[in-house]
Write a protein that binds this ligand. Sequence first.
Ligand code: SF4
Length: 146
Amino acid sequence: MNLGIIICARYQSCGGGKCFRALRERCGGFARYAAEEPVGIIGYSTCGGCPGGNVEYVSAEFVKNGCNVIHLATGLVVGYPPCPYIRQFKEFIEKHYQVPVVVGTHPIPLKYLEAHAKMSLWEETGMRKLAAGLMDESREIMAEYN
Ligand code: SF4
C-alpha cells in the first residue's frame, strides 16, 4: 500500500512527527490498515496555500508513482478555521484520479477536540461526518497526541 499525504500549507514547516508516528501505531486515519500490512509513504506535500492549487499537481505526482490512497492531514480538520475545501479536494481527487481519499492522518489531539466542541464550525461544515474516522478515536489515544 502506497500512501500520499497532503498537509495544510498553514503548517508547512511541520516535521510530520505525529503523522509518521500514527502510521507506525496504526491509529487515527491509519487505523484502517492492519499492523502486518506493509504501508509506505510515497509522497508528502502541502496544498500550496488557499485555495489549494497544489492539490491537483501533487495528487497527479502521487498517482504517477503508484499511490493507492491519499490522506488529507488532520491539520485540515483541527486548524482554526478548519480547511473550507476538504469536501472539494476529496471529490476532485476521487473523481479525477480514481484514488480514494481519507480525511485524516494522526489522531485529533484531545485539546483541539475540546476546543472545537465549544465552537460551531465543525457542526456547520459537517466535519464530524466528513472526518468520522478521526472523531471515533478513543479519547485516551487523542490525549497521547496532545
Ligand atoms: S485551509 Fe485548506 S486550502 Fe487553505 S492552506 Fe490549509 S489546506 Fe490549503
